[in-house]
Write a protein that binds this ligand. Structure first.
Ligand SMILES: Cc1ncc(COP(=O)(O)O)c(C=O)c1O
Length: 441
């Protein structure tokens, strides 16, 4: 170890201390941000709704992010900007990996990855044996769907128009290769809490051979949050397995994975947890592990070990090593405070647009059970891809506001607005003003 520089000795030592802590079964989620020299401000009260309006506090949080001055970013759904302390931690890991090369990967990474996996499990509220890391939610969904082994020819898998494209395609791949049927439902629009549940209940009743249902907790098209737990509980009564795509919800809405009542789940940490790009995980409820086949090249791993369900080869490791810092930031902020602030920001602009710009249609309902930070809109009657790409282009080019057009919902395309915890209400005032102009042109 002597041959490494000061930074390496520090970080290698840090790794071995951490491994010892984990080996002793001591607290898993430990504060790591302090080591980066940054400190998060403390929020004064315990009333999360009041905290959500504390602009002074949130301005201090915003100052922990370095953002491009060139545009207002209201497209924070693709992935989350790293906070300065998490970025500092990430840079240290990149330097450490670069200096120590395969020494670290061969000697220490496995231990650290085990500890990090345990930390994720702790924050997610599951047993460590129920999760395995992936590079993203897409990989998690693919492994879960393609290796689901409970389908016999003639059985049915249910999914919805709002589900993620690649997940839909994975399910159609099952139809093409396994002789099963698929049913694609359309989530009603405008959606209500009751109409979403009824839509699934009706589909379950009409297709008695449904064995697996995909539920997208927060959809990327119209930003709808569906009542996953209620649908999953109903599915259980019908002996239907439930796969939840939580790519957009974990770290955004305040919940623990078991709250979803799902059998399987696909997650990422680079959207709302604030880890670097390229970390996700699979959740498989303990009792359901046998329903997912091991990955085809994992013959040497025990089938009782969930890590046999993923095989990625060499991956970017610094992003995984940065997960504890991201979890620490998330924990210090408080999941409930974070959700409340995100919803406050969403309500801030949606309330004004609904009142002041009748020509704009907001697709995401106002029932607080059906949304988080993200909300989609379109100019009334403008449902085509070209219409919505033009709307996003005008916001970007004429008003310096970055958003994204999304398609694929049965009702047509829309533009998605996604604030983040660093978004200021003054940014949202500019959004409302810009929408007034573009809705008239
Ligand atoms: C609903 C939904 N599912 C899955 C994914 C895929 O996530 P990842 O980019 O982590 O693969 C996304 C990405 O935007 C998404 O919005």
């Amino acid at each position: 170890m002597e041959k490494f520089s000061g930074i390496s000795r520090r970080v290698l030592l840090r790794g071995s201390v951490a491994a010892a802590v984990a080996a002793n079964g001591l607290a898993l989620a430990r504060p790591v941000l302090a080591q980066t020299g940054f400190a998060l401000p403390k929020i004064a009260g315990t009333d999360v709704l009041k905290n959500a309006r504390d602009e002074n506090y949130w301005n201090q949080i915003a100052s922990l992010f370095k953002l491009s001055p060139d545009f207002i970013n209201l497209e924070n759904g693709f992935y989350g900007v790293l906070s300065k302390p998490v970025l500092a931690d990430y840079q240290q890991h990149i330097a450490r990996l670069n200096e120590t090369s395969s020494y670290f990967l061969r000697q220490q990474y496995a231990q650290e990855a085990t500890r990090i996996r345990a930390q994720i499990a702790e924050v997610a509220g599951v047993d460590v044996s129920e999760i395995v890391l992936t590079r993203n939610a897409t990989e998690a969904l693919q492994n879960l769907i393609v290796n689901y082994n409970k389908l016999k020819p003639g059985d049915t898998v249910l999914y919805a128009d709002l589900d993620y494209d690649s997940a839909q395609e994975n399910i159609e791949y099952l139809r093409e290769t396994r002789g099963i049927n698929t049913v694609k439902i359309t989530i009603p629009e405008p959606a209500t809490y009751e109409s979403i549940i009824e839509t699934y209940e009706r589909a379950f009743a009409e297709h008695p051979r449904i064995k697996l249902v995909l539920l997208t907790h927060i959809g990327h098209r119209t930003s709808l949050a569906i009542p996953v737990t209620e649908i999953a509980e109903f599915a259980k009564q019908k002996d239907i397995d439930v796969l939840v795509d939580a790519a957009h919800s974990w770290g955004h809405l305040d919940f623990k994975v078991p709250d979803l009542k799902a059998d399987f789940g696909a997650f990422n940490l680079h959207k709302w947890i604030g880890a670097p790009l390229g970390v996700g995980f699979i959740y498989i409820r303990k009792e359901k592990l046998a329903a997912i086949n091991p990955h085809l090249v994992n013959r040497e791993k025990a089938a009782t070990d969930i890590s046999s369900r993923v095989h990625t080869g060499t991956t970017a490791t610094a992003n995984v090593l940065t997960v504890p810092a991201a979890l620490d930031f998330h924990r210090q902020l408080g999941a409930a405070n974070k959700e409340a602030r995100l919803r406050y920001l969403r309500d801030y602009w949606v309330t004004r647009v609904r009142k002041e710009i009748p020509n704009i249609q907001i697709l995401t309902p106002d029932d607080p059970r059906l949304y988080g930070a993200i909300t989609s809109l379109r100019i009334k009657g403008k449902t085509s891809k070209a219409d919505n790409q033009l709307l996003a282009q005008k916001l970007r080019e004429q008003h310096n506001i970055f958003t994204v057009a999304r398609g694929g919902a049965a009702s047509g395309d829309s533009v998605r607005i996604t604030p983040a915890i660093f978004t200021r209400t003054s940014d949202l005032d500019k959004l409302v003003a810009a929408l007034k102009t573009v809705a008239q042109s």
